[in-house]
Design a protein around this ligand. Structure first.
Ligand SMILES: Cc1cc2nc3c(=O)[nH]c(=O)nc-3n(C[C@H](O)[C@H](O)[C@H](O)COP(=O)(O)O)c2cc1C
Length: 100
């Protein structure tokens, strides 16, 4: 049994050098494609306090969290993973590091 778990940020994002609104983050798109290929579940992680859809606000929050080495709390994942043999985890690169 395999499952794909990811964190991704929808809302404002940079595309082709400009800030634009996207309904689904890039990690989400890749995670969903992978899960479709593998025919397995695809589960989204959400921060307990959701990130703003505003790009500049999210940049600033993440910068502060990184500087203060904050471990960002996630909402509980309501899923039984005990039978899973393989777990793929997807997350974005924020401020030059894995945001996981
Ligand atoms: C807070 C924040 C920090 C980012 N830092 C970087 C970075 O250091 N390097 C980079 O290549 N992209 C950076 N990006 C761009 C993200 O990699 C890009 O938005 C990507 O689409 C994030 O994945 P997601 O769409 O699944 O959230 C950053 C984006 C955000 C919101």
């Amino acid at each position: 049994m395999t499952v794909v778990i990811y964190f991704s940020h929808a809302g404002q994002n940079k595309q082709h050098g400009a800030v634009q609104y996207i309904n689904s983050g890039n990690t989400a798109l890749v995670a969903q494609k992978l899960a479709a290929q593998l025919d397995c579940r695809c589960l989204a992680l959400q921060a307990s306090v959701p990130y703003s859809t505003n790009y500049a606000v999210t940049l600033q929050r993440a910068k502060t969290e990184l500087a203060q080495q904050v471990t960002v709390a996630a909402q509980p994942l309501i899923a039984d993973l005990t039978a899973e043999k393989k777990i793929f985890i997807g997350f974005p690169i924020w401020w030059g590091t894995l945001w996981a």
